[in-house]
Every structure is written in structure tokens, then in C-alpha cells.
Ligand binder design. Structure first.
Ligand SMILES: *Cc1c(COP(=O)(O)O)cnc(C)c1O
Length: 393
């Protein structure tokens, strides 16, 4: 009779070591074993710290959240499975039927979709207003307005919201101010320190930085709001994966360096592009010709981030030539990668807008958005000369 192979199903103890790993351990376990029901009680009652089931929380998410908390100057922030999960957790956790929400009229496309389609289905009233115009926001306030969601810098026209004005407006009215800080990051501005109530990030963008992580973060200054949002995240099931959290936490070690380099590149590239033949317009908040330059100087204090947009003449044909001219410049609808990426809002993020809306915010066939990466600036200058030269045919 064949000898039975050794039992590989029983789990054995992880090898012990007096020394500890330097790199962050990745913990993929979805479940944690306890010794006794008493110990489980201790954990559930909060007398002892411990994990039970990874949807409820896991070490890689907790570590990552703690690091972003430090960047934003807050405690108790939550990491969830995407930036949109962060926006959703906030709405689901802090609003109820009958409430009214105001959103910036140039929010991220899916955030607009949430405002326009999903929240009304839950009995929540929504309206949109221009966050660069404090009187437009004031006019949108109703007696049941509970929350205002803005982005520090908007996509794709890189407009700078009147963050401080909106915070001041809401302060005495009991309206929560939520700031999606994805484009500017806490290295440029910390909205909670300015008096905002909630801050949101798509970690998938600059913080992750390598286009291989899909995660989001949301934090409130008030602990009770974090508890509410955490309950929603765990109950609806918005938890992020340990591997993504591990990658993002690893990415944070170089976040400041990447950000500084990308930002310096963006400032230099914006000026370079502005001088190229065929370029009608460049939008970068660090430039004196940007419509919100003065506000950007006051709010961002020289940290103008890595996003710029420009407009070339020549319509769709020129846009096709430009997008495909330099294979090293990825034509991709995202931002925040270490490598420079180009996007074309007319055919991607803003394709569903009416022609009147597109014209109102200044989007045309020749409009490109650039997420500037950390390449050598001379390489980028040459790449954009080639691409913009190709647009001219
Ligand atoms: C990308 C993005 C989001 C959504 O984040 P995901 O991680 O893609 O879900 C939200 N807000 C802004 C400003 C973004 O750029």
C-alpha cells in the first residue's frame, strides 16, 4: 500500500526570528484565529487590540491610513477600495434622505455621476455650483444643505476652488465641507488644517504613483464622523485589499520626492509648452496668466502640483496626431503616474457633456491634459516639441 504523504493542510507556525524584517510585511490573511471565546470578547469589546476578518480591518490598511493621517494632520482616517469608494462612504455615512448636497460643477466625472444620478435615487437632493465663485455657492445653499463637496483643483481646466471662502461660508451654518484633495495632495494644502471637515483622496493617483494600486482615503476631523464612515465602509464592503495597501504604503516612502520632481517639471514644462508654435493656451496655476493664479498663490503657497492643460489648434485630426506622436508619453485617462501621461477630455472624461457644457468650461478637440511625471525635464521638453509639432502636421 502506498505510503500516505505528509499532511499539508494543517497550518504550521511561521518561522520565528529575534530580528525583525525591515520591509513592511504583507498580511493577506482574510481571517484571524483566536485562542478562546474570552479572547474574542476582549477584542470585540475593545479591551484588547486585534483583527478578526479583513473586511473589518487589516494591518496593511491600518498602517497606510495612519501614514496618510499624518500627512493630512488628522487621526482615524479610513482606507477603502478606490477614490470613488471614499466619496461613496462619505455620502452614505453622513447623509440621509431629505438632505441636500452641493457639489462643485467641475468635479471628477464619477463624482458628478453620483451627484446627478445615484444620490437622487436615495432621496438626497443635489445641486452643482462653481467653486471658484463664492456667491454661486452661497446662492445654492438651502435650509436642508448638509454638505458641500469641492476639489481643491478641478479637472481638466485646473481651476482653483475658493476653499477658504467656502469654509468660512459654511462654518456658522452647520454645513460640512468635504475637500477632494487628490490633485494637490497634502504636500500642497491640508484642507482639515484650513477648517474643512472631511478630506478625500484617490490613492490610485499621486500617492500610489505607479498606476498599479486602486485605493481611496477619507478622513474627518470629528471622530464621530470617522466612526460613522468606518461603519459604512465595513458594512457595505468597501475595504481595500492588503496587497494594494502594501504597495501604496511602499509608494509613500518616495511620495515627497516624486511630487517635488513632478511639480518642478510641470512648472518648467508649462512655460516651455506656452512658447511652442500652434499652442493657443496653457493652464497651470503657477503661471501668471492662469485665471485663478492669485488664489493659487495664497492657497497653495508655491506648491502648484503636477497637472497642466494646453490647447492646440487643428481639431480632432491634430489631436490624433499629437496623442500618438510620442509612444513614451502614455495616452491614458489617469494621472499621478511616475511617467508623464496625456489625456483628451473630449474623447474620455468629458465626452458625455453637451457641446454647450464643453464650451462653457473651455474643452475643445485641441484640449489636452498632462499629468507630468518625474522624467528628466530635457526629455519632456523634447517630447512635447515632437508631439505638438506633429499636431501641426
Ligand atoms: C480619480 C479620482 C477620483 C476617483 O478615484 P478612483 O481611485 O479612480 O476611484 C476621485 N476624485 C478625483 C479628483 C480623481 O482624480
Amino acid at each position: 500500500m502506498a505510503r500516505k504523504p505528509p499532511n499539508m493542510v494543517r497550518r504550521v507556525a511561521f518561522p520565528e526570528s529575534l530580528s525583525r524584517p525591515v520591509a513592511t510585511p504583507l498580511q493577506p490573511s482574510i481571517v484571524y484565529a483566536s485562542r478562546t471565546p474570552d479572547e474574542l470578547d476582549d477584542q470585540y469589546e475593545g479591551r484588547e487590540k486585534g483583527f478578526t476578518y479583513s473586511r473589518e480591518g487589516h494591518p496593511n490598511a491600518e498602517l497606510l491610513a495612519g501614514k496618510i493621517d499624518q500627512l493630512e494632520g488628522v487621526t482615524g482616517g479610513i482606507v477603502v477600495s478606490s477614490g470613488m469608494a471614499a466619496v461613496s462612504v462619505m455620502f452614505l455615512g453622513l447623509l440621509r434622505a431629505g438632505d441636500h448636497v452641493i457639489g462643485g460643477n467641475q468635479l471628477y466625472g464619477r463624482s458628478l455621476r453620483l451627484m446627478n444620478e445615484e444620490l437622487p435615487r436615495q432621496g438626497i437632493e443635489t445641486s452643482l455650483a462653481d467653486p471658484t465663485d463664492i456667491s454661486a455657492i452661497a446662492a445654492a445653499i438651502r435650509p436642508n444643505t448638509r454638505l458641500i463637496l469641492i476639489e481643491t483643483v478641478s479637472n481638466p481646466t485646473i481651476r482653483v476652488a475658493d476653499v477658504e471662502g467656502i469654509i468660512a461660508l459654511a462654518r456658522d451654518r452647520g454645513i460640512l465641507i468635504a475637500v477632494d484633495n487628490t490633485f494637490t495632495t497634502p504636500l500642497a494644502v491640508q484642507p482639515l488644517r484650513l477648517g474643512a471637515d472631511i478630506v478625500i483622496h484617490s490613492i490610485s493617483k499621486l500617492m500610489g504613483g505607479h498606476s498599479d494600486v486602486m485605493l481611496g482615503y477619507v478622513a474627518a476631523r470629528e471622530a464621530a464622523l470617522n466612526t460613522r464612515m468606518e461603519s459604512v465602509a465595513v458594512t457595505y464592503g468597501f475595504t481595500g485589499s492588503p496587497f494594494d495597501c502594501w504597495l501604496a504604503e511602499r509608494g509613500l516612502f518616495t511620495f515627497a520626492l516624486r511630487y517635488q520632481q513632478a511639480e518642478a517639471n510641470a512648472a518648467a514644462l508649462a512655460d516651455h509648452i506656452a512658447g511652442l508654435p500652434g499652442v493657443e493656451r496653457v493652464l497651470y496655476p503657477g503661471r501668471g496668466d492662469h485665471p485663478d493664479h492669485n488664489r493659487a498663490v495664497a492657497l497653495l503657497a508655491g506648491r502648484y502640483a503636477n497637472m497642466l492643460s494646453f490647447v492646440v489648434s487643428g481639431g480632432r485630426a491634430a489631436a490624433n496626431r499629437l496623442a500618438s506622436a510620442v509612444p513614451g508619453l502614455a495616452f491614458a485617462p489617469t494621472l499621478g503616474d511616475v511617467g508623464t501621461t496625456l489625456s483628451h477630455p473630449m474623447s474620455s472624461s468629458h465626452r458625455a457633456l453637451s457641446p454647450e457644457e464643453q464650451a462653457r468650461i473651455g474643452i475643445s478637440e485641441g484640449f489636452f491634459r498632462v499629468s507630468v511625471g518625474i522624467e528628466d525635464i530635457d526629455l519632456l521638453r523634447a517630447d512635447f516639441e515632437t508631439a505638438i509639432g506633429a499636431a501641426r502636421g
